[in-house]
Design a protein around this ligand. Sequence first.
Ligand SMILES: [Zn+2]
Length: 260
Amino acid sequence: MAGHKLDARGWTVRPFRAPHHTASANAIVGGGPQIRPGEISLAHCGVLFLDELPEFDRRVLESLREPMETGLITIARAAARIELPAQFQFIAAMNPCPCGHLGDPAQSCRCSPSRIERYRQRISGPLLDRIDIRIEIPRLAAEELTEAISHRAGAQLAASGEPAAQALRARSWRLQRSGCLSARLSAAQLRSCCALPSGAEQLLRRSAQRLALSGRGVHRVLALGRTIADLAGSETIEAAHLAEAVQLRRALDVPPPSSS
Ligand SMILES: [Zn+2]
């Protein structure tokens, strides 16, 4: 449908799509006079990576909400209405502020608080609510960067095989128990397969209040808590698993510190 040639070597490799922030809505979501799938469908069962997230067109970003929820995109044109698969792992990156130096110990930020605010507001609350894990990554020192590039750290990690093996174990465990991955569990399924010990239940209620989590937010924290418990090989979601899940979605919730 996209008019690409089938590359047999890529047959069993999950797609990784990283469209540029200047890409049109049609290119990302799909559409056009002769409807063609967009990047989100080309990333089906793989990764959609958006670098410089706030630079994307606001309408493009908002149109990701439906497929992030349903794994499908509906494209309606005068003559036709078609549904395309778009179940992607959404990964995005952004700077902490327009100049990129907020919180950087090596260089000071030149942005005014209102400029930082405007920059962050390009990511709407409802879109942010659909991103389960948000982490801040501090600047790497030059030697750390060189080490990463020389693959020493990566090679050590790969040699141990531990993170990948752990993820695979957790994944197949969840598939056996629920028939789907925890990210895809409905709120009702989550509640039934995630009986919470009372400490965890309390922590969830308190966090929901303190952080003003939406209904979706609570659901996503539970799903992530389920994944963290699966990685730890734990049948129940303990308070510590939930605390980690809550912590992992806090970046960007707090207003940026004053840059002065
Ligand atoms: Zn700045």
